[in-house]
Design a protein around this ligand. Structure first.
Ligand code: SF4
Length: 179
């Protein structure tokens, strides 16, 4: 059995267990330990298998819901349209873009995210999403290098969600630091 096939079986096991467990949880806000463990397993594997010298293009994929709900600037077509008013954390990703030379894409849904990945073909992706989108995204993208980070649902799902910026920067530093 090849290593890839072995990992694919583990991914499938996690994914099916996640789908079954959500039938009982039924709430995007509630923590799902299977989802957490799946993302941990995936992230560890992605970093372990990483050959930094092969990583030339890094992309950060963000959900639209982290943009302030009342913001009138259309950042889905281009994040540079953000005027950095600091009402949400999008402006921080403009800083990451400049500091680490990464591409940042705001995806309005799974289909557009997949299209972006197909066209851009990044060597490494930091994907931020809610548990449902993150789990299906990581599962579908196997065996691409997708490092997953959950966004935080503050009030309602899909509106004004939050993100731990330190977690994102920690991964970027890992990719850029010399070891
Ligand atoms: S930081 Fe950017 S995206 Fe967020 S509310 Fe201000 S202009 Fe809009």
């Amino acid at each position: 059995m090849t290593k890839t096939f072995f990992h694919k079986i583990i991914y499938s096991g996690y994914y099916i267990s996640y789908l079954l467990s959500e039938r009982f949880i039924h709430d995007q806000k509630k923590k799902n330990n299977i989802a957490v463990n799946f993302v941990k397993y995936n992230n560890k594997l992605v970093l372990k298998n990483l050959k930094k010298e092969n990583v030339k293009n890094i992309s950060i994929l963000l959900p639209h819901c982290i943009q302030n709900y009342d913001c009138k600037y259309k950042i889905t077509s281009n994040i540079e349209n953000c005027i950095r008013c600091k009402k949400c954390k999008i402006y921080k990703f403009l800083e990451f873009k400049e500091k680490y030379d990464v591409d940042v894409k705001i995806a309005t849904g799974g289909t557009l995210a997949r299209l972006y990945l197909r066209e851009k073909r990044p060597d490494f992706i930091i994907a931020v999403a809610c548990k449902r989108d993150l789990i299906s995204g990581i599962y579908d993208a196997f065996s691409q290098n997708v490092y997953g980070i959950f966004n935080k649902i503050v009030d309602s799902p899909c509106i004004n969600t939050d993100i731990n910026l330190d977690e994102v920067e920690e991964v970027l530093k890992k990719l850029y630091c010399e070891e």
